[in-house]
Design a protein around this ligand. Structure first.
Ligand code: ZN
Length: 209
């Protein structure tokens, strides 16, 4: 189990953050909002997290302690070593929210039901813009940001395939997930502007030896 804290950072809601992880180090992410999390092989940034391989290799659509994040080249990027989110599951179906996604939901009259607040509170940007901005200095274009591991995003998957948003999120003071790097990585996350739980809570990111 991970031990000594190397560094810790508190993040506000609706921001992107990128950081390096050496093989064997772990990152603990604590939040009450959704965290859109992606990672890349530090020595080949074209090798990235892949939702499909992560699901197919492990024959499941919900992952938790003991499960892995797998790359498109079929290598293990990370292992989940701790998961205290007991209210729901993490998501491996959805992409990322964005201003465009929000505008499409509004155009379909789905904004308030999906995002749980009035149209006047539509955020100026979403996880897509947050991750694209924070990854641009690494030469990773928006189009090359993979669909993330959506931590704390509880989606309801109906037997007929319907995918339903839920407003289930970690209860205060939040839950955490700890992931161990299985190779040298570039990791990045967005603290989602989702406001299903209200408030302005972001996340605390802790890297452990
Ligand atoms: Zn989001």
């Amino acid at each position: 189990m991970a031990g000594t804290v190397i560094w810790e950072k508190a993040l506000p809601r609706n921001i992107g953050f990128a950081f390096d992880l050496e093989k064997g180090q772990s990152v603990r992410i604590r939040s009450q909002t959704i965290i859109d999390f992606v990672c890349f092989n530090r020595d080949n940034l074209r090798e990235r997290f892949d939702q499909a391989r992560t699901k197919a290799n492990q024959r499941k659509v919900f992952i938790s302690t003991g499960d892995m994040l797998v790359s498109k080249l079929n290598n293990t990027l990370m292992t989940i070593v701790e998961d205290t989110f007991k209210e729901g599951h993490h998501d491996l179906q959805e992409g990322m929210c964005s201003r465009k996604r929000h505008e499409l939901a509004a155009a379909r009259g789905m904004w308030e039901k999906t995002y749980g607040r009035p149209l006047s509170e539509m955020p100026p940007r979403g996880c897509t813009e947050n991750l694209a901005t924070i990854l641009a200095p690494y030469g990773i274009a928006l189009e090359d940001v993979p669909s993330p591991f959506n931590i704390f995003q509880h989606m309801i998957i109906h037997p007929d395939g319907e995918l339903e948003h839920s407003h289930i999120r970690p209860k205060p003071p939040g839950a955490h997930v700890t992931l161990r790097a299985e190779m040298n990585l570039l990791a990045a996350l967005s603290t989602c502007p989702d406001v299903s739980v209200g408030g302005t809570t972001g996340a605390t990111v802790t890297v452990l030896e």
